[in-house]
Design a protein. Structure first.
Length: 750
């Protein structure tokens, strides 16, 4: 099996798909016909609407007028507390919406200038569109009263909303004496939908979120809480005959410049680096409305903004950091499955990549490939994981197919392949989800893997040269208005490897049984949940790896509060011994005032000291604070504290503190400047460790970033970042890296 034919395979798939899509004859009706099913129609509007937040163009006179007359949360399909009017239309190339959001107290509107995808706590309006009307997948577009954009994809099969997807669309808003107004223009080239000359039927949910003491969700659709699906409850509308997404071709050339000064060891001199100029090109071509090809040449896959810092002390397994790179985020939802077999951050430094995603009737497919100059490896096990990076290239390929069955069931297949010099990893299998009733569903996935490591890697990391194994994941869910019961089974073989995914734990089988009971006391305390689960896991040789029972209670109430508290007991195997852990936890978040959000997580109880193979007392505290200091300024503070103490004497084994502070000045909806400061301080008592260890280690990193975005691909970034370390062998913080960088990108729509 070889990946050298990847470009040819993609081209063949492209030609087959295009040949299957002959251009249909088109005849747009002069007027929208009355529908025997009582469906509302989205009218075709003339050009001439300017998206400026002022709904004054005469073209809006022909739009469909819709009132959002149902509150679905916290109230259950009741009359909403405020009135919202929405105008809808389309031009054949754009979906148009205009919102008049009335408010009896407009001075209490919660809205701030923010970067895109960061105004979720504000007043906002938006639309969810199921463009294929298959009740499985939808696009979501929201804006706050200043037009700050937020967009997502909604995968109702896997019950997953993903805000990492970014589309190019227009929005504008303004606050008025009666509330606020927002206009949206969504190019159809940013969507996928059937290509037809006939009137189309789409599912649509038009929404307003009205956050005061409660966060009211207001819609044109009532929601039945007893149905285990969201998109199946959307109103159906007609329109978009002969809809054309224009040329649907986006060329986005980029230029990245950076220079880094580094030192290999803190005791050595800081070595000045040379400036590195990297041109690149991203291409996105909507071949047809339901088929999209994306490609990238010499891409800049560097991350512009620093990840949120995480404590890694006393952890068994590798930490997860989300993908942020645009090429991989486009259509990423389609590659998500029960087993995390696709995690694109494993593709570290590619020279080029290509991706084809489409939907032809009931057939959904996607394939992408990349040539990577580095090879990141994850070595999973039942009790911990390790990583390595090989300075050698590899070819990566992911292929996914899914067929829709019945009203809301699917069957699919997944293949991932990666090979390089002396190394290969192939994974393939099937998956599916079957909904028997509106409340009951069964999902499963089976994967088999075949892996070969270079001899040096196998020896250094205690791995077999060649190994094959399998992984199975099965889940059953019953969800009604008042109850949820679920069963999970997983069985991951010791030699199962998903090197293009993120599965840090293998060599175990596990059963989970759980349930929740829901109560709806009223307006003040809107939801109460009580429940828990029991699970047991075994190693490959039949030992009990983990046995746990846990219970909790969750409450949603005033001040947009969410509170959860619980306790549990766990028996856990580590290093040949069984440990008995008792634990308790609390999590709370609330918004006491507009623009001020507080949160706190506390975990306490016995926990294994993995460095010394013994039981210890553990305390973990993680508070956070989000402050909007006026319309333009935002402060985000995150802190994590962890202390591990001896059970018998109470002596402190280690204390760790990690702070992440981000101060942002948002000039307008397009530009901001942000300062990020991350500080970590770990103090250990070397006398309490079995092996020699450092008494104190500290790190400090800063980043200053200026961002200007016309849209997600027409961007300008300027920044500086540095990192410093301090420890027992140093006299203070010593800089180990200083980087200056700039990136400019332009989305050209020919």
């Amino acid at each position: 099996m070889t990946l050298a034919r990847l470009p040819g395979l993609l081209l063949i798939a492209l030609l087959v798909a295009v040949s299957a899509h002959a251009e249909p004859s088109c005849n747009v009706p002069d007027h929208m016909p009355e529908d025997a099913d009582g469906l509302r129609s989205i009218p075709r509007l003339p050009d001439g609407i300017r998206v400026d937040g002022v709904i004054d163009e005469s073209a809006w006179n022909g739009a469909l007028l819709m009132e959002l007359d149902v509150e679905t949360r916290p109230g259950e399909n009741i009359r909403p507390p405020v009135r919202t009017e929405v105008l809808l239309g389309e031009t054949g190339s754009d979906l148009l919406l205009a919102f008049r959001a009335y408010d009896p107290e407009p001075e209490k509107i919660r809205a701030y200038l923010r970067d895109r995808d960061s105004a979720w706590k504000d007043d906002m309006v938006g639309v969810v569109v199921d463009t294929f009307n298959d009740e499985r997948f939808a696009f979501e577009f929201f804006a706050n009263p200043y037009g700050v954009q937020m967009d997502l994809t909604n995968d109702d099969v896997n019950r997953d909303e993903d805000d990492s997807w970014d589309a190019i669309w227009d929005s504008a808003g303004r606050i008025t004496d009666e509330g606020f107004e927002v206009e949206m223009s969504i190019p159809l080239q940013q969507l996928r939908f059937p290509k037809t000359a006939q009137l189309q039927t789409w599912g649509i949910d038009v929404l307003r979120f009205y956050p005061r003491s409660q966060r009211h969700r207001i819609s044109n659709n009532p929601q039945d809480r007893g149905r285990h699906c969201y998109l199946c409850q959307l109103e159906k509308v007609r329109g978009f005959a002969c809809a054309q997404p224009g040329r649907n071709l986006i060329l986005a050339p980029t230029l990245t410049v950076n220079r880094s000064d580094t030192r290999a060891e803190p005791s050595e001199q800081l070595i000045a680096g040379d400036a590195d100029f990297e041109p690149g090109l991203d291409i996105r071509w909507g071949i047809t409305p339901d088929l999209t090809l994306a490609a990238t040449l010499n891409p800049d896959f560097s991350q512009v903004e620093a990840d949120v810092a995480q404590l890694s002390v006393n952890e068994q397994f590798e930490l997860f950091f989300p993908e942020k790179r645009p090429f991989f985020l486009d259509g990423a939802d389609f590659f998500n499955t029960r087993i995390d077999a696709v995690f694109t951050r494993t593709i570290a430094d590619p020279d080029a990549g290509a991706k084809l995603v489409g939907k032809l009737g009931k057939h959904n497919f996607g394939v992408f490939g990349a040539r990577d100059t580095k090879t990141n490896l994850l070595f999973p096990a039942a009790e911990g994981s390790d990583t390595a990076t090989l300075d050698r290239g590899n070819n990566a390929l992911v292929a996914r197919y899914r067929r829709d069955l019945g009203d809301n069931s699917t069957i699919g297949a997944l293949l991932t392949a990666r090979d390089g010099s002396g190394y290969s990893n192939y994974v393939g299998g099937i998956d599916g989800r079957f909904r028997f009733t509106e409340s009951d569903s069964l999902s499963f996935q089976y994967l088999a893997s075949d892996t070969e490591y270079p001899e040096q890697v196998a020896r250094d990391y205690d791995q077999r040269r060649s190994a094959s194994d399998k992984a199975v994941s099965i889940g059953y869910d019953h969800v009604s208005r008042n109850w949820r019961q679920y069963t999970r089974y997983r069985d991951y073989g010791e030699s199962f490897r998903a090197d293009l995914g993120f599965e840090p734990k293998v060599g175990f089988s596990q059963w989970i049984l759980g349930g929740r009971r829901y109560f709806y006391p009223g307006e003040r305390w809107s939801t109460v949940e009580i429940g828990g689960d029991w699970d047991i896991a075994y190693t490959a040789d039949g030992q009990v790896l983990e046995r746990e029972i846990e219970g909790s209670i969750e409450v949603e109430g005033p001040l947009q509060s969410f509170l959860e508290t619980g306790l549990g007991q766990r028996d856990r195997l580590f290093d040949g011994r069984q440990y008995d852990e008792n634990f308790a936890f609390f999590y709370g978040e609330f918004v006491p005032f507009a623009g001020k959000e507080l949160g706190l997580l506390v975990r306490t109880g016995e926990s294994i000291d993995f460095s010394n193979s013994r039981l210890a007392d553990n305390l973990f505290v993680r508070p956070y604070l989000n402050l909007n200091l006026g319309k333009h300024l935002q402060l985000r503070l995150r802190h994590a504290f962890q202390a591990l103490d001896m059970l018998d004497s109470g002596a402190n084994i280690f204390t760790a503190n990690l702070s992440d502070a981000r101060l942002t000045w948002q000039f307008d909806v397009r530009s901001f400047v942000r300062l990020v400061v991350q500080h970590q301080d770990i103090e250990r008592d070397p006398s309490l460790y079995l092996e020699e260890t450092e008494g104190r280690s500290r790190s400090l990193s800063t980043q200053l970033l200026y961002s200007y975005k016309v849209n997600p691909q027409t961007v300008l970034f300027l920044g500086y970042s540095d990192a410093a370390e301090d420890g027992d062998l140093l006299t203070g913080f010593t800089a180990i890296n200083k980087t200056w960088f700039a990136k400019i990108g332009y989305a050209w729509l020919p």
